[in-house]
Design a protein. Structure first.
Length: 316
């Protein structure tokens, strides 16, 4: 076990597979010991059918937690061995009902002694361990049902990479990135409009000189995201969150979240009471981000953008 001791928890899949292979190999020998012609992988299906009632493949799959194709394949193999029979449901001819054949029913009585001995052997192993494997498996299954290992690794990756992101103030050196990042996403979903060109061609004059601010997200010193806080001439709103854009190559690093929070923190420091934004509901990830940032939908303002179909505000 030196390999697994060295690698540790990174090899959990391989180690569990090895344990499964070890137990499955023993299981095959155990069936032979009791003169039972059974493939270990058939046993969950056999056990369900041994209760005496005919069942559909769908019902069996649901009970044992296997996929329908997996159970269907096992049933076919058991039919070939003469352990299972299939027939049409009397009440619904579209459904096949599966039950044990006479040969399969013979195993039901024969296998009871094996059940007793296997259970006692496992109890003996458990008595010599400090940890209850069965309970631990149940706990792991419960936690992975709530959130898969894949999802948990995704979150760790996102958290690690987001710590490499720097949010910096805009300088003229970032003008090209500010324009290119915005043009990229706007052109992907919509058409560039006159108001876009005004802001992107002259951010200094259109945004900064009018009391606004722009933040740039750097990942490994490369600009990968931008967002602006634009000063508004509006009786209700002082500032608008606008021109947020993140490079598709850098998504999944919480860059939008970090930019959004930087903008809101800046608005607070300026004494703003509310921040306004405009978007389009086709941009589901963006709308989800805005909700996460605390924005709520409002109605009533006129937008200079044809693509705008939702307006939101964040009360600070």
């Amino acid at each position: 076990m030196s390999f697994y001791d060295t690698i540790g928890k990174l090899a959990i899949g391989s180690r569990l597979r090895q344990l499964t292979d070890m137990i499955t190999e023993d299981a095959a020998q155990i069936y032979q010991q009791y003169d039972i012609d059974m493939n270990p992988k058939w046993w969950p299906v056999f056990y369900v059918l041994s209760k005496g009632e005919a069942n559909t493949i769908t019902a069996i799959a649901k009970e044992i937690g296997h996929s329908h194709p997996s159970v269907s394949k096992i049933i076919s193999e058991m039919v070939d061995k003469g352990l299972v029979k299939e027939k049409k449901d009397k009440t619904d001819g579209r459904r096949n009902m599966v039950s044990l054949s006479p040969k399969g029913k013979e195993i039901t009585d024969k296998i009871e002694a094996q059940y007793t001995d296997v259970n006692n052997a496992i109890e003996a192993i458990s008595a010599n361990t400090r940890n209850d494997l069965w309970e631990a498996i149940g706990e792991w299954e419960f936690l992975l049902e709530q959130k898969s290992l894949f999802r948990r690794v995704q979150e760790q990756k996102k958290d690690r990479e987001s710590r490499k992101v720097q949010i910096v103030d805009y300088t003229p050196a970032y003008q090209q990135a500010f324009k290119e990042l915005n043009v990229e996403w706007i052109s992907t979903y919509f058409t560039m409009e006159e108001a876009d060109y005004k802001a992107l061609d002259n951010p200094q004059g259109y945004i900064l000189d009018n009391g606004g601010y722009i933040f740039v997200a750097l990942y490994e010193d490369k600009p990968v995201g931008v967002c602006a806080l634009i000063k508004m001439k509006d009786p209700e709103y002082e500032y608008e969150l606008a021109k947020m854009a993140v490079s598709p190559a850098a998504q999944g690093k919480s860059i939008g979240w970090l930019l959004g929070n930087a903008i809101l923190d800046k608005a607070r420091s300026l004494g703003a009471k509310k921040v306004y934004l405009e978007s389009n509901t086709i941009l589901k990830p963006a709308i989800s981000l805005y909700h996460k940032l605390g924005f709520e939908r409002v109605i009533g303002h006129t937008s200079p953008y044809e693509r705008c179909n939702i307006q939101m505000e964040r009360v600070l």
